[in-house]
Ligand binder design. Structure first.
Ligand SMILES: Nc1ncnc2c1ncn2[C@@H]1O[C@H](COP(=O)(O)OP(=O)(O)O)[C@@H](O)[C@H]1O
Ligand SMILES: [Mg+2]
Length: 306
């Protein structure tokens, strides 16, 4: 069964008096139970709007949506009890402490064993030292951890994370990513997250959908995306001397070469199998350094966002 099955979802917002702004166009996605699925795209692409619709906070104009086989448009209440959303820019009652906030949300969710549930999420997100600190005194990273804790209170089967590491220092972002992985492993839940950090998507997500101006323009695993984009691997050779650049043209599998004096970058479908052939051409030259690098998702993103 799919955790999320969205078909031809459209959404527009009013723009001025008679204007209409298409924010999501014909979105269809299937998200498997248990995966971490990433929604990527530049600012304004529609990521937050899509998450709001998938989590039943916002209604689409048209289309179909099933969450674990439940019709989410006609039975939003049933869906709400098994999903939750955490925002990287959380807005909680500012004068309440960490504990009071969690207590407040556990009442909203009508949770039975409130103390046990609150203790569990405080432990999981390492919030004990901040238990009695007011929301407005917390650092951005702690606020985001509180937001994650709040989202786990109802033990959701499906967790939406909207830019979970937005605006964090690299060390705090690493910590939050680790916690996301732990939550995924320990609770065996499905996670859908939005991000515009490619490294985050690459590290966490099994599959990724790229959203551009409200449309999904790619949907695959990070590795498949790189393959589809034919970005290849690059072999950068620093050398001294002269070599026969024409000889490179006869080697199959080379997609591109970028030459500058003393250095050449060769882009190939697959570096390994042709490395021998390439090095033969450099047999009479002094090689100072060789570097082979995989394309990263950043390259894919730049290519797609154009
Ligand atoms: N409540 C709203 N009313 C009008 N326009 C909105 C509203 N929410 C979002 N938008 C517009 O919809 C587009 C997509 O926004 P959003 O979903 O927040 O994108 P993202 O999360 O990818 O940055 C943006 O152009 C934004 O200005
Ligand atoms: Mg957003």
């Amino acid at each position: 069964m799919f955790a999320v099955k969205a078909e031809r979802v459209d959404k527009h917002y009013k723009n001025g008096v008679n204007g209409k702004k298409e924010v999501l166009k014909n979105i269809s996605i299937n998200i498997e139970e248990g995966e971490i699925f990433g929604i990527l795209g530049p600012n304004g692409a529609g990521k937050t709007t899509l998450i709001s619709i998938l989590s039943t906070l916002t209604l689409p104009d048209s289309g179909k949506l099933e969450i674990f086989g439940i019709d989410a448009l006609s039975q939003a209440d049933r869906v709400k009890s098994i999903v939750n959303v955490s925002s990287g820019n959380p807005n909680f009652p500012w004068s309440l402490t960490v504990y009071e906030n969690l207590r407040y949300f556990s009442m909203l969710y009508a949770i039975k064993n409130k103390d046990i549930s609150i203790k569990k999420v405080i432990d999981m997100l390492e919030l004990e030292p901040f238990r009695n600190a007011r929301f407005d005194s917390l650092s951005t990273g702690t606020k985001q951890r509180l937001s994650l804790a709040k989202a786990l209170l109802n033990e959701p089967r499906l967790l939406f994370l909207d830019e979970p590491t937005m605006g964090l220092d690299p060390d705090m972002a690493i910590k939050i990513r680790k916690q996301i992985k732990r939550i995924h492993e320990e609770r065996e839940i499905t996670i859908v997250l939005t991000t515009h950090y490619m490294k985050e998507a690459e590290e966490l997500c099994g599959r990724i959908a790229f959203l551009k101006k409200g449309e999904i323009i790619a949907n695959a695993s990070p590795t498949e995306l790189k393959r589809q984009m034919k970005l290849g691997e690059s072999i950068t050779i620093e050398y001294e001397g002269d070599f026969d650049i024409a000889g490179l043209k006869n080697i199959p599998g080379i997609l591109d070469t970028v030459y500058s004096p003393g250095m050449i970058k060769i882009v190939a479908e697959n570096a390994g199998p042709i490395l021998d052939n390439i090095l033969k051409i450099f047999a009479n030259v002094h090689i100072k350094n060789i570097d082979i690098s995989q394309p990263d998702l950043e390259d894919v993103f730049l290519e797609l966002a154009r």
